[in-house]
Design a protein around this ligand. Structure first.
Ligand code: TRP
Length: 478
């Protein structure tokens, strides 16, 4: 009886919910049912919860016209499938493609709504500042890391002196890394420093072997080469574990157990929906998402966490990696693990413009970590898309457009001085500063930055790489 009444009031309630809110209600209720069953709750209590779940699922179907699928928030159904179902003017963003028709780049506010994540707003930035007692990184202040999931939970943990750890990664697709690849690592390094927490870095050489036309030996080699560039960002060897999947998977029972647990809880249908796999994709691709999910659980690293299972994980990554972690977060409660929290960054624009992410195979699309000062200068002068006017007269009269100017965008990533950046923006917008002059500032910013990176990378010996990549206890007690 009581559950009948509950269902009535529930139904009016539900009418006012958005598809996404409904989706969340169904997911929560599903978790509740599972918890009741796992806790061997009384049968009528379980039955009532199941009825509620069915009624929620029905409302979801009525509202969205689609069946509820775990891990697939309503908007994703349109978005993913490799973008085939996206609306005309929508940006395409998935782990393999980034495409927009807008010169300003992807509309990130819309992406937050579509992905169902939360905006990193001033309140959150202020809270981070209070927690760490210092000025937040300019990537946070300038909206380069713009979206998150459950960052408040991480801060709760931190403020209550509970541990958490960082997890990030890279697919070693080639030897050549460009400055854009450094963004998540520079930010992760800062997080590691201010929060003083362990960090694990996954190099998905297996993923690149599966997706690219590449031998397994090459993928393995690139992982080590890329590790040098990552180490050159300045990570603390006592607090950082870097691993290649091809190596670590075979040596860690903890890691493999988590992979299998994730595999058991995700259907082929779900990964098809989330990643757009088709029947003709190899089974390696289909099961790979479980391998990217597993490092989100501390039990994948018993040597670091002393076998502890429930340490909260925080993942800084570019927003295109979110599908992997939506899946992970959906599975987590079902395998008795905490959901990883996330911090998402925008994409780093190609020199040619913000419509697409850069490609490591086009040497002119970005500044590479191996570029000489001269190459940097030529590339910027020749290829950096300008928001300036066609003639000097027009530029002086109407001013330049920082929103589409790639040199200005790069400066927001790499010029740390807030006042200087603001001055440049004013001067460029008013027409006082010409494109060539703005490019000169960028050249002078990037040349020393890249040279310093090359210098640090030279110091990274094979022995140091080996140490970072050896499974071991880190400088933390658990
Ligand atoms: N799939 C990512 C890439 O192709 C690599 C990766 C693995 C990753 N685990 C991660 C990236 C965690 C960010 C966070 O680059």
């Amino acid at each position: 009886m009581q559950s009948g009444k509950m269902a009535d009031s529930l139904n009016c309630d539900l009418k006012s919910l958005s598809p996404l809110q409904l989706f969340e209600r169904v997911t929560e209720q599903g978790e509740k049912v599972r918890a009741l069953k796992a806790g061997k709750a009384p049968k009528d209590e379980i039955d009532a919860a199941v009825r509620m779940l069915l009624s929620l699922k029905l409302s979801y179907k009525t509202t969205t016209g689609q069946d509820y699928q775990a891990g697939l928030p309503p908007k994703d159904l349109a978005l993913i499938n490799n973008g085939t179902a996206k609306e005309e003017d929508e940006d395409l963003v998935d782990p393999w493609n980034v495409q927009t028709s807008n010169a300003k780049g992807v509309d990130y506010d819309k992406l937050i709504v579509r992905f169902g994540s939360s905006k990193i707003d001033t309140d959150l930035i202020n809270r981070i500042e209070r927690a760490i007692g210092q000025k937040p990184h300019h990537f946070l202040r300038r909206g380069i890391f713009f979206s998150h999931r459950d960052m408040d939970q991480v801060l709760d943990a931190y403020e209550n002196k509970k541990p958490f750890y960082l997890y990030t990664g890279r697919g070693p697709s080639s030897q050549a890394m460009h400055v854009g690849h450094l963004i998540p690592f520079l930010f992760t390094k800062w997080l590691q420093e201010v929060f003083d927490v362990p960090l694990v870095i996954q190099l998905t050489d297996d993923e690149k072997y599966l997706w690219k036309d590449m031998t397994i030996e090459k993928a393995y080699e690139y992982a080590r080469e890329n590790a040098k560039d990552i180490i050159a960002c300045g990570f603390d060897i006592n607090k950082t574990f870097i691993f290649s999947d091809l190596d670590y998977l075979g040596t860690s029972a903890g890691f493999y157990k988590n992979i299998v647990k994730v595999q058991k809880h995700v259907t082929f249908n779900q990964v098809k929906g989330i990643f757009g796999f088709t029947d003709s994709d190899c089974i390696g691709k289909i099961s790979f998402p479980a391998i990217q999910a597993a490092p989100s659980f501390s039990s994948s690293f018993p040597q670091i966490f002393n076998g502890k299972e429930n340490i909260q994980c925080l993942i800084p990554c570019a927003i295109d990696q979110d599908p992997y972690f939506r899946m992970t977060r959906d599975v987590a409660p079902r395998i008795g693990q905490p959901k990883p929290a996330l911090l998402h960054s925008v994409f780093f624009p190609a020199l040619q413009g913000a419509q697409t992410k850069m490609s490591a195979s086009d040497p002119n699309s970005s500044i590479f970590l191996t570029d000489t000062p001269k190459q940097i200068k030529t590339k910027i002068n020749k290829h950096a898309f300008s928001g300036g006017r066609d003639t000097i007269e027009e530029h002086r009269k109407y001013g330049g457009n920082c929103d589409v100017d790639v040199s200005f965008m790069y400066l927001t990533f790499f010029l740390e001085d807030d006042d200087r950046l603001e001055q440049l923006k004013q001067a460029y917008t008013s027409g006082e500063l010409l494109t060539g002059e703005l490019k000169k500032v960028l050249i002078e910013t990037m040349q020393p930055l890249v040279a310093a990176h090359q210098e640090r990378r030279k110091q990274v010996t094979d022995e140091i790489v080996k140490q970072f990549m050896t499974p071991r206890k880190l400088a933390f007690e658990f």
